[in-house]
Design a protein around this ligand. Structure first.
Ligand code: FRU
Length: 490
């Protein structure tokens, strides 16, 4: 039975969501039905559909009163709302149903595992959220919280581990039918660690080991861990708080990171790389499709800039396009999910176009696009620039400096007037004299996949829809192959 709080949230989402015109939303990036969203949660395949839940505050465009919103899709591109799945309606999760994961059980039920947060008055009088792990069972629409919640609490933690930062369970089933789960934790000294747990049945859990730990070389608290095997390697992804900058790999503050290790090898935080070099990307989570692909989706936003929803906004926050992962030559590669190609329309193709002062190409423009640009240059080329969402006033640019091996993403003139970070330098391999950029543009975002997905960059854009021009520029000898498709997602 849905609690009153959950029924109220569902009714509110439906009523307010219906007031938002489709053109006010992205074409194919998932937003909340209404209100605020952050992390993707419970990304899973269940009863013939992909299910994607998300941290949601239906009542406001700011973080708070965290519920689980819920959408489903047949193809990972077009989503339909199902109605909130969890409300913070129990004593153990009254301060929020934080991030977690989901999977289909052998008996046909859909299992959700999430972090319940309960505000506790501490000895010094301060209030702090005590974090425990909880489960709920459902049918793809309604979820019943387990009577025995929480299933993991402070007493289950190893010596020194903090019960105040113990969250974001990501679970999976092993081939022998037992379950494993990784959760984020603070070692007790402000640094992050990932703990591994096991269970025979999803409700009785036991601590197994520390899967990875920061010795200060990779930020402070680690959030939203994900762990899977891919291409013969073990892969751990993390959302890292309080990072010190490291070259072009990591910027200050919240980052995401991927660590790759062989069987039997320990994860080393030193070899960590960024999952996305853009401006808006955090809290990624993955799932495995029935045909064996590992797919990642993330919150397309960042905490530092997330407090600035425009006063008139009725929803705030969106998720990235789901991405297919591949692990090759010690790197994690990401590509737009192949299902997107079904929505390609009106191709326009150019080969070997010489680039100069300002080169515009007939038919190469638009707002919802799948655009591939293969750049080629020769000795003496100082820079190549692509301007997107270009109109009289605005533009977002990608500038390649072949000599430096840097691709600069700059959205300072994209229409966002906030005094926040608008540029990032992306380290790219320019040694071959060519570089392939695949750009996925939606009404309010750009996702860049560089060099077959070795580097990705996501950025929100607030450019008016009529500003849809694209131009190319080069200083020195350079050429481009361009392949453009409109994306007709309705
Ligand atoms: C990451 C995060 C998670 C937490 C959730 C709360 O963005 O801080 O660690 O579960 O957001 O909404």
């Amino acid at each position: 039975m849905a609690s009153q709080m959950l029924q109220k949230a569902r009714a509110y989402e439906k009523e307010r969501g219906a007031q938002i015109r489709p053109r006010e939303r992205p074409g194919f990036h998932l937003t909340g039905e209404t209100g605020w969203i952050n992390d993707p949660n419970g990304f899973s395949f269940y009863k013939g559909a992909y299910h994607l839940f998300y941290q949601s505050n239906p009542y406001d465009t700011h973080w708070g009163a965290i519920h689980w919103g819920h959408a489903k899709s047949a193809d990972l591109v077009r989503w339909e709302y199902v109605g909130a799945a969890l409300a913070p309606d129990m004593p153990y999760d009254g301060a929020g149903c934080f991030s977690g994961s989901a999977l289909e059980l052998p008996d046909g039920r859909h299992l959700i595992m999430y972090t319940g947060v309960q505000d506790v008055r501490r000895e010094d009088g301060s209030l702090r959220g005590l974090q425990t792990q909880c489960v709920a069972f459902g049918d793809g629409v309604d979820y019943e919280k387990f009577q025995g919640n929480p299933v993991l609490a402070a007493g289950d933690l190893p010596e020194g581990a903090s019960p105040w930062d113990f969250r974001d369970p990501k679970l999976w089933r092993e081939p022998d039918g037992t379950y494993r789960m990784v959760a984020a934790n603070d070692r007790g000294d402000g640094r992050g660690q990932v703990l591994l747990f096991e269970s025979p049945d999803t409700v009785h859990w036991k601590y197994l080991s520390v899967l990875a730990q920061s010795r200060g070389e990779l930020g402070q608290m680690w959030e939203c861990p994900d762990y899977f095997r891919l291409g013969g390697k073990r892969v751990l992804t993390l959302s890292v708080m309080g990072m010190e900058p490291r070259g072009l790999e990591f910027h200050p503050g919240h980052n995401t990171a991927v660590l790759i290790a062989g069987e039997g090898e320990a994860f080393s935080a030193e070899g960590a790389r960024s999952l996305d070099y853009g401006l808006d990307f955090y809290a990624p989570q993955t799932m495995e499709t029935p045909d064996g692909r590992r797919i990642l989706v993330a919150w397309m936003q960042n905490w530092a800039a997330s407090g600035f929803a425009p006063p008139e906004a009725r929803y705030f926050g969106q998720l990235t396009l789901p991405r297919e992962l591949e692990c090759r030559e010690g790197r994690l590669l990401q590509k737009p999910v192949r299902e997107l190609e079904r929505y390609r329309a009106r191709p326009v193709v150019y080969a070997n176009v010489p680039l100069g002062e300002e080169t515009g190409l007939e038919g190469i423009r638009g707002v919802m696009l799948d655009l591939t640009v293969r750049l080629r240059w020769e000795e003496g080329c100082g820079s190549i620039r692509i301007a997107l969402r270009k109109g009289g006033v605005h533009e977002t640019t990608l500038t390649l400096s072949p000599g430096q091996g840097i691709l600069r993403l700059d959205r300072s003139r994209s229409g966002c007037l906030l005094d926040v970070v608008h540029t990032r330098d992306i380290p790219v391999d320019t040694g071959k004299g060519t570089l392939e950029l695949r750009l996925i543009l939606d009404r309010f975002s750009l996702e860049l996949f560089c060099d077959g997905g070795k580097q990705c960059a996501s950025a929100l854009l607030t450019t008016p829809e009529q500003e849809d021009g694209i131009s190319f520029y080069a200083q020195g000898p350079a050429w481009a192959d361009v392949e453009k498709y409109d994306l007709d997602v309705r």
